[in-house]
Design a protein around this ligand. Structure first.
Ligand SMILES: *Cc1c(COP(=O)(O)O)cnc(C)c1O
Length: 370
């Protein structure tokens, strides 16, 4: 196998040596006091990151496991799936595949979910669950979460499920303050851990709903998570090496300070955004809804993105993303999630600059004015 590239794709993101090192610790029995100590040790740090007083459950699955699990645990009437990109679109499909009644509230890829449209739909009284992707990774678009949550809170019957897979620990998402019922994230995006673990926190009223819902299944049953949580355990054997990695990452986050972590992400995101603008690329979403964990640029210069990425890998050992699904070739995405620094982002941007002229569709570029 050729040596793996340095990842600047928006997930999985580059994993640090310290994290890999943490994963080599020998596993312990998942019903042993050693495990209980480990499980309980990560709770306070996770509750701070989630902005919640509720437990944070650890699920051995990628995020889709708990995204599917959430709709199965909570729906008695009907789900409203807010859609504005690949992940939120797929959540609708997943809801239907679970055999649940659902409505698709669609916006263009790269557009945000409009609070007024959400209010109008919820006002029909048809729904008891709404799904929302905070940061649409496929389009580099961050939804106006506080405004959307304010709308959802007007409808007490509606349980909110919010995917923060690529915004968690990038910007503050205070679960309890915003009234989010179920907040979930995965390991391989903003947390910069290898894939395979997801985290979720469930409000008491969502727990109560789950208690009344049939057909929750076993693996993602919220009641199983809660029952085992009381004992400092997970329902089934968890991916213990990733929990070691998580504990190590929480130490890093505490050492950096949460405020500085948010500020670093904002700084690096601005740096990449300014770089793109100076080179004639516009963001896919409107500026104010641009994601803070990645930038998704339109390929306004009609660059041969596949060739750019090939050269980037061959000559610099790095890769970016050249567009998700139907946006392939039309956009490119650069992540600033996880452990990125000024130096690591500069290294990428310098490498891209050395290649751009060679792959440009337009005439050799004098940098475009903003
Ligand atoms: C990556 C991603 C997911 C899916 O995560 P998996 O780990 O592949 O299950 C869901 N939502 C968002 C916003 C994502 O970026």
């Amino acid at each position: 196998m050729s040596s793996p590239p340095r990842l600047y794709i928006p997930g999985p993101v580059q994993v640090s040596a310290k994290t890999y090192e943490a994963m080599t610790r020998p596993v312990v029995g998942h019903r042993s006091p050693d495990f209980v100590e480990l499980y309980r040790s990560v709770q306070p740090g996770l509750q701070t990151l989630f902005g919640t007083a509720d437990p944070v459950f650890l699920s051995t699955s990628s995020a889709w496991g708990v995204m599917e699990g959430a709709v199965r645990n909570l729906t008695q009437k009907k789900v409203l799936n807010c859609m504005c990109g690949a992940f939120s679109d797929k959540w609708y499909d997943v809801t239907l595949r679970c055999g649940l009644p659902a409505t698709d509230l669609r916006f263009e890829w790269g557009s945000h979910v409009e609070p007024e449209a959400l209010r109008r739909e919820l006002a029909t009284g048809d729904y008891d669950v709404v799904t929302l992707v905070h940061n649409e990774t496929s389009c580099g678009m961050m939804n106006p979460l506080a405004e959307l949550m304010a709308v959802i809170r007007e409808f007490p019957e509606v349980i909110s499920v919010v995917d923060t897979v690529s915004s968690f620990s990038v910007v503050p998402v205070p679960k309890d303050e915003l009234g989010i019922d179920v907040m979930l994230t995965g390991s391989q995006k903003a947390l910069a851990l290898p894939p395979g673990l997801s985290l979720l926190s469930v409000s008491p009223r969502a727990m109560e709903r789950a208690g009344k819902v049939e057909g929750r299944g076993y693996y993602f049953d919220f009641l199983e998570f809660a029952k085992n949580h009381e004992k400092g355990m997970t329902p089934s054997t968890p991916v213990i090496p990733l929990i070691y990695a998580l504990a190590s990452k929480l130490e890093d986050i505490e050492a950096e300070g949460l405020g500085e972590r948010y500020a670093r992400h904002a700084r690096l995101n601005d740096k990449v955004r300014a770089w793109g603008r100076e080179r004639g690329f516009t963001l896919l979403p409107e500026e104010q809804y641009g994601s803070r964990s990645l930038n998704c640029f339109r390929n306004t210069r009609e660059i041969d993105l596949a060739e750019l990425n090939r050269l980037l890998r061959a000559e610099h050992g790095m890769i970016i993303d050249t567009g998700y699904g139907k946006l392939k070739g039309k956009t490119f995405r650069i992540s600033n999630m996880g452990d990125e620094t000024e130096e690591s982002m500069d290294a990428l941007l310098t490498a891209l600059d050395s290649l751009l002229e060679r792959v440009s569709g337009d005439s050799p570029a004098t940098p475009h004015p903003a």
